[in-house]
Design a protein around this ligand. Structure first.
Ligand code: ANZ
Length: 815
């Protein structure tokens, strides 16, 4: 035990822990379970610093929970299907399965070095046939329940990845993976009916998620309460969706989306050429391009007019691409006075602007308004509705009246669309449907699952599903009649895999069910951690999946996750996102080689508030590295003892127990950087105490013991070594520090019973003293006079008056 050498310690304990199955989870009805889960990684080949950042703090938390007596379930696996494997395989002329499993092996080794308490015996990869078999089983069950269906229509297409995307995978009109602007294609695809659960997904009462995540999901679901209002047109009645029926009398024109079915019929011969050209141009644009034009609205008049259902006025019908065919009814009543987009459009094309909401007590809009007025106010120019408050307050009342008049119907619309799950790529779960000329689409019977991915398929993307090329594979028989049939050749969106994987850890090799209900007592996941980038996609899908599983009778849970916490991101030292092209990537393997895993762990917890993240500071790691050397010296350096410091037993016990109390609270709040800071500060006190008379006393022994156990969750290797060298043998050899209980706070010691108060001499502050909270006036004054800074001003003078306000101030008035 000379100097701290992590390289001598870490591999040794890694092996011992594994050999002894220290982290193998065993169910134990005498303890409260705690299911902790960190989002599983994609087996890209290497753990990067972001993986470390995402995993070490939750590991420390899980270890802390374990020491507190919870039976902690902390599994991990690999999210192994998806495009990168396929793309790497194409590039290197390799089989994606080989590439993936080799990466998993490598990453397992890297994970081991990190020193987590993950129970690896539970691991699986989602590309294991015994896993994706259950994706297929779920799909067929969803199909039987009408929750999986196939339909044709316009879908998002990524021209680079050569596959369709779900709406959730299109961010600002671009492919969420590769950033390529998304195009639209008309294809027949499989959808999962997440919209059936739209309202339930807006209810977060059984899941504790950060407000930001709830807001993102709520916006994505986009529930809008309003009305549908029907206008007569030469092409028959046309219904629009509006959230503002209170502005009906301000509607001065209608707008149809370019793809709207009535466009052709409403276009007059004079306008035919202009409309055709406009619609064609709009069709060629991607959503990105459409959105870029937010400043300049474009559109074209159809030549036809619609009849206002209340006033009978003739309103021109226009076509414009700011109206989306996929939302509401694909057409709107435009109210330029009170909607910004309609206002811009009316201004550009000289259309009528009719004010119907006026802010209380103000003048009207006048001839040439500068902008739409979107606030609240009083209804004007609206006949029987005049004088009612505009906006929220009267919408229900006005809708009711319009319903009575037969022109409107209350309506709630959602932005959420069903989840498109077909993908035209190879490396995923084959969709378990066969097409029979006689019996149509039929699910593959459960006893024929899994439908295995064929091997040796030419999977270079062509826009066609690679599985189509394997004629032997596609040819099958109909489960109903036994006649010749064809398999579906698409694979599932890989977000299917991650929608239910947290259940699979309960029984990862179960071949009877997706998970064994005998272990359902482990549900739900108590603490789920991961990046904010999954706020919508993965979290919404997995919440949906759990609700379907509940309705299937597979679980009693409403939600997969009781609590969710997001970590921030570690950026490069330039403050930018780490990427190979920027050359700002930090390799955790290099750091471990240089400093050891404990230092890297401590640094990643110390570097920033965990939920915020921040830039990597290369020199900052020296702080934690030195800290651990000091910790080591504290236990083993015989020379660092001496009488020159004055830490008392009370001082020491106060420092230890107040730190213990703080660290416990910080673990509760997942404030990891302050835990490390508190432990560093306590180290300073301990170094001093070692050079004080308190050294060697029972208080000193207690301090080392408690400090050792506080170190265990954050720096598990050094904590184990300290513990074994000092106490391990006495306490039965191999009893790990990680099996010790978390220390109890001695509340009396943790709370300081002294106060620091100022001492005034004739009204001027001259010094301060530490006195007991219960000190008498005589004790307080004696302490004050003993203070040299005070003594200088009172000695040799006559005392006129002495004041002691307990806990606040001492004043000695002299002459
Ligand atoms: C008249 C009106 C007056 C509107 C007003 C707004 C303000 P959210 O809240 O997002 O649901 N709208 C309806 N369908 C649309 C479509 N397919 N494409 C583009 N816009 C569409 O928005 C609902 C409002 O967005 C609707 O209410 C409609 O404009 C417009 F002072 O109707 B409103």
């Amino acid at each position: 035990a000379e100097r701290y050498n992590p390289h001598a310690i870490e591999p040794k304990w890694q092996e011992t822990w594994e050999r002894e199955g220290l982290y193998t989870f065993v169910e134990d009805p005498t303890k409260t379970k705690h299911y902790a889960l960190t989002m599983f990684p994609y087996p890209s080949g290497n753990l990067h610093i972001g993986h470390w950042y995402a995993n070490v703090a939750p590991d420390a938390h899980a270890r802390w929970m374990r020491m507190r007596g919870f039976n902690v379930f902390f599994p991990m696996g690999f999210d192994a299907f998806g495009l990168p494997a396929e793309n790497a395989a194409i590039k290197n002329n390799l089989d994606p399965a080989r590439w993936t499993y080799a990466n998993i092996e490598h990453m397992l080794g890297q994970f081991r070095r990190m020193g987590t308490m993950i129970d690896w015996s539970r691991r699986f990869a989602t590309c294991d046939p015994e896993y994706y078999r259950w994706n297929q089983w779920f799909f067929t069950e969803f199909f039987r329940r009408g929750l999986a269906y196939k339909k044709g229509g316009l879908v998002n297409w990524c021209p680079k990845d050569q596959t369709v995307l779900a709406n959730e995978q299109v961010v600002d009109g671009r492919c969420e993976r590769c950033g390529t602007p998304v195009e639209r294609r008309n294809l027949s695809q499989w959808y999962l009916k997440i919209t059936d659960y739209a309202d339930e997904l807006l209810d977060f009462s059984d899941t504790d998620m950060p407000e930001r995540v709830k807001a993102m999901q709520t916006n994505w679901i986009g529930k809008s309460v309003g009305a549908e209002i029907t206008f007569d047109t030469p092409a028959g009645p046309e219904t629009v969706f509006t959230t503002r029926p209170d502005t009906l009398m301000g509607a001065t024109f209608l707008v149809l989306a370019p793809e709207h079915a009535k466009v052709a019929e409403l276009t007059t011969p004079e306008q035919a050429e202009a409309v055709r050209a406009y619609v064609e141009a709009a069709g060629r644009k991607t959503d990105v391009e459409r959105q870029q034009e937010s400043g300049e609205k474009t559109g074209v008049f159809t030549g036809s007019y619609a009849t206002h259902p209340v006033t009978g006025h003739q309103l021109p019908v226009w076509v414009a691409d700011y109206v989306l065919v996929t939302y509401g009814t694909g057409s709107i009543m435009a109210v330029p006075a009170h909607d910004e987009r309609d206002f811009e459009f009316a201004r550009r094309f000289g259309l009528e602007i009719r004010e119907v909401i006026r802010p209380g007590g103000l003048e009207g809009m006048g001839e040439n308004p500068e902008a739409a007025y979107t606030g609240e106010g009083v209804i004007v120019h609206s006949g029987e509705f005049d004088g009612l408050p505009g906006g929220k307050a009267s919408i229900a009342q006005i809708t009711e009246r319009l319903e009575a008049l037969g022109v409107a119907q209350a309506k709630t619309t959602y932005r959420l669309r069903d989840w498109l799950v077909s993908r035209q790529r190879y490396w995923g779960t084959p969709i378990p449907i066969v097409y029979c000329p006689e019996h149509g689409a039929q699910p593959v019977p459960a006893d024929q699952l899994p439908v295995r991915l064929p091997e040796n398929v030419a999977f270079t993307p062509t826009g066609q599903s690679p599985l189509k090329l394997d004629r032997e594979w596609t040819a099958t028989t109909c489960p109903v009649c036994g006649g010749p049939a064809e398999r579906d050749t698409d694979t599932m969106d890989t977000f299917v895999d991650s929608s239910w994987y947290m259940y699979r850890y309960l029984s990862p090799h179960d071949d009877q069910h997706p998970f064994d209900p005998a272990h359902a007592n482990l549900l739900p996941v108590d603490l789920y951690t991961g990046g904010i980038e999954h706020a919508i996609l993965h979290l919404l899908y997995s919440r949906f999946w759990t609700k379907v599983m509940r309705d299937m009778g597979l679980t009693t849970q409403n939600e997969p996750f009781a609590h969710l916490r997001n970590q921030g991101m570690i950026l490069g030292s330039d403050g930018e996102k780490m990427s190979k092209s920027r050359g700002n990537v930090v390799d955790p393997d290099d750091l471990v080689r240089e400093y050891g895993a404990d230092t890297v762990r401590a640094y990643l917890m110390f570097i920033a508030p965990w939920e915020l993240g921040g830039p990597w500071d290369p020199s900052g790691i020296n702080g934690p590295a030195k800290w651990l050397s000091r910790v080591w010296a504290l236990y083993f350096d015989e020379k660092a003892v001496g009488p020159e410091e004055k830490v008392t037993e009370a001082d020491l016990r106060h420092a230890v127990h107040s730190t213990l109390k703080k660290v416990g609270g910080d673990f509760e709040r997942m404030s990891f950087n302050t835990i490390i800071a508190a432990l560093m500060e306590l180290t300073n006190t301990l170094v001093k105490a070692k050079r004080s008379p308190v050294f060697g006393t029972p208080a000193w022994e207690e301090a080392l013991d408690i400090f050792n156990r506080m170190l265990a969750p954050v720096v598990p290797y050094i904590a184990e070594e300290l513990y074994q060298q000092r106490w391990g043998m006495e306490r039965g050899g191999t009893q790990s520090v990680h099996l010790q209980p978390w220390p109890e706070v001695d509340e009396a010691a943790a709370v300081r019973d002294t106060v620091t108060i100022g001492v005034q001499v004739s009204g001027k502050v001259r010094g301060q003293v530490d006195i007991s909270k219960t000190a008498t006036q005589a004790e307080a004054l004696a302490a004050a006079r003993a203070n040299p800074d005070v003594a200088r001003f009172v000695e040799g003078k006559e005392t006129v008056k002495e004041v002691y306000v307990p806990g606040r101030i001492i004043n000695i008035v002299v002459r």
